[in-house]
Design a protein around this ligand. Structure first.
Ligand code: BES
Ligand code: MN
Ligand code: MN
Length: 455
């Protein structure tokens, strides 16, 4: 292990410049104009895995963007770690808000700026470099390794579940490890044991069959924008709880012990509010900000449209109003069940003056991992070895739906060893990753492989 750590130290600059090459490929999965670039990123990664000495590397077709699968079996007696990550990225817009072009990585003062630097090319690449550090020194990794690196995570992972089902045997492992989440704060390491799930729907109300003159028809024809606004306003009560019937039925509440742990974390409400420039917050009654953003379910409008949006005034009574709504879910809420409950809610409350079009878009299950899992303990020990601090075990509010599939289809638990920060601006302009965290991540993963092999 020490040789691997020394190798990582000696090659730190090379690692960064290789990551920069990877980041130059605009692998935007949701936009078909970038289809060839997405494939180019998959091929770049596959070539790189081959070059560092991984035995078997394949770019596998899925019907969508390809999955990079790699396998390095040192000894069937050793435990097998399955690394999951994604090489696709979010669209970079709005482009004008970037201070340097999103696909021309630059690093200054120890920070690397580029789309995908933190989510997830930079974080996933740490696993590749950790493997290389072993392969290029001692010649073997302490554990057997498998990599499943997909190219559709940022656009819904449509082909991933069938891929896992189809390749169950090849994906057999003892644990999944993912670096695609955040640590608690700069210099405050953590291991994530919970993620939220997601139910995403679109709701469209239609009133009259065309836009109407609001003077000629206004007063009798109900306006879909008015009606949708009321429906949306009624989705929360005065305690800021979601009013959809049965929404909380399957929620596992925080245990007393968990809440005690939450209160021990150095979460600074004022700093958090200042970081997004708000003067006050509105959480579900009885919950702190940190609890509300990680361990409680939400319902948020993500997009809203109706009527005239152009310059100046147009007196029109719109025919249509629509919105996109996402709910972040916590264990044991089921995304399909929540979407069905939302449908029922809208069917019941849509006024007779409107036609309702309700469309579920996509979803994902929430997750919680058992802290007693030996891999969780190995991850904590590895991180402690790098930071000289015991990591906190924390829950996060984002979603990685495939984690539930790994459990359901392969019966595998997942260790979330994230080195991002919530301030990395993932999905936003000026996404960045700290090169200190890139290095700490690589060293933590090197230590994790050794620690897990010894469990
Ligand atoms: N890496 C993120 C998820 C994430 C971010 C988890 C920060 C924890 C902390 C991932 O790439 C992502 O963006 N996930 C989507 C999933 C969705 C499209 C199903 C999300 O959370 O919105
Ligand atoms: Mn990600
Ligand atoms: Mn993302």
């Amino acid at each position: 292990m020490n040789q691997a750590l020394e190798y990582a130290h000696a090659h730190a600059d090379d690692f960064v410049s290789q990551l920069e090459d990877f980041l130059r490929i605009p692998s935007i999965s949701t936009d078909s104009a970038y289809k060839d670039d997405v494939r180019r990123a998959a091929q770049w990664l596959a070539d790189h895995l081959q070059a560092i000495g991984i035995d078997t590397v394949e770019v596998m077709e899925t019907g969508g963007h390809p999955i990079v699968f790699a396998e390095h079996i040192v000894d069937p007696e050793r435990p097998t770690v399955l690394v999951y990550g994604h090489y696709d990225v979010q669209p970079p817009d709005p482009l004008e808000l970037w201070t340097s072009p999103p696909f021309e990585p630059v690093h200054q003062h120890g920070t690397l700026y580029a789309r995908g630097s933190s989510d997830d090319k930079g974080q996933m690449f740490m696993h590749v470099k950790a493997a290389e550090a072993y392969l290029q020194t001692v010649g073997e990794t302490p554990v057997n390794l498998k990599f499943v690196i997909e190219g559709e995570e940022e656009s819904g992972s449509a082909h991933l579940t069938p891929f896992i089902e189809e390749h169950k045997d090849r994906l057999a492992a003892d644990i999944v490890v993912i670096s695609d989440t955040a640590m608690f704060a700069q210099g405050v390491p953590s291991v994530t044991y919970g993620l939220r799930g997601l139910a995403y729907v679109e709701v469209i109300l239609t009133g009259p069959d065309r836009d109407l003159h609001s003077g000629v028809y206004g007063g009798a024809i109900e306006n879909p924008a008015n009606a949708l606004a009321k429906l949306i306003a009624d989705l929360h009560d005065d305690d800021h709880r979601v009013t959809v019937e049965g929404f909380y039925d399957d929620v596992i509440n925080l245990t007393d012990e968990e809440r005690e742990n939450y209160h021990k974390l150095p979460f600074d409400d004022d700093a958090w509010m200042a970081s997004v420039d708000v003067a006050a917050v509105e959480t579900e009654k009885g919950y702190t900000i940190h609890e509300a953003i990680t361990a409680r379910p939400t319902l948020d409008v993500n997009g809203l449209w109706s009527g005239y949006q152009g310059e100046g005034a147009k007196t029109v009574l719109p025919s249509v109003a629509g919105c996109k709504i996402s709910c972040r879910l916590v264990p044991d809420q089921d995304p399909n069940d929540i979407a069905a409950k939302l449908r029922k809610h809208f069917e019941k409350h849509t006024p007779k003056t409107m036609k309702l079009d309700f469309r579920p878009l996509h979803g994902g299950y929430p997750m919680l991992v058992d802290l007693e899992n030996p891999a969780m303990q190995a991850a904590a020990a590895a991180i402690e070895g790098v930071y000289n601090k015991t990591p906190y075990f924390t829950r996060e509010g984002g979603s990685i739906p495939v984690v539930a599939d790994f459990k359901k289809i392969l019966d595998l638990d997942t260790v979330l060893m994230g080195f991002g920060l919530n301030s990395d601006a993932i999905h936003s302009p000026n996404e960045h990753f700290g090169l200190d965290r890139f290095d700490e991540g690589i060293r933590s993963i090197i230590r994790f492989m050794q620690a897990y092999a010894e469990k």
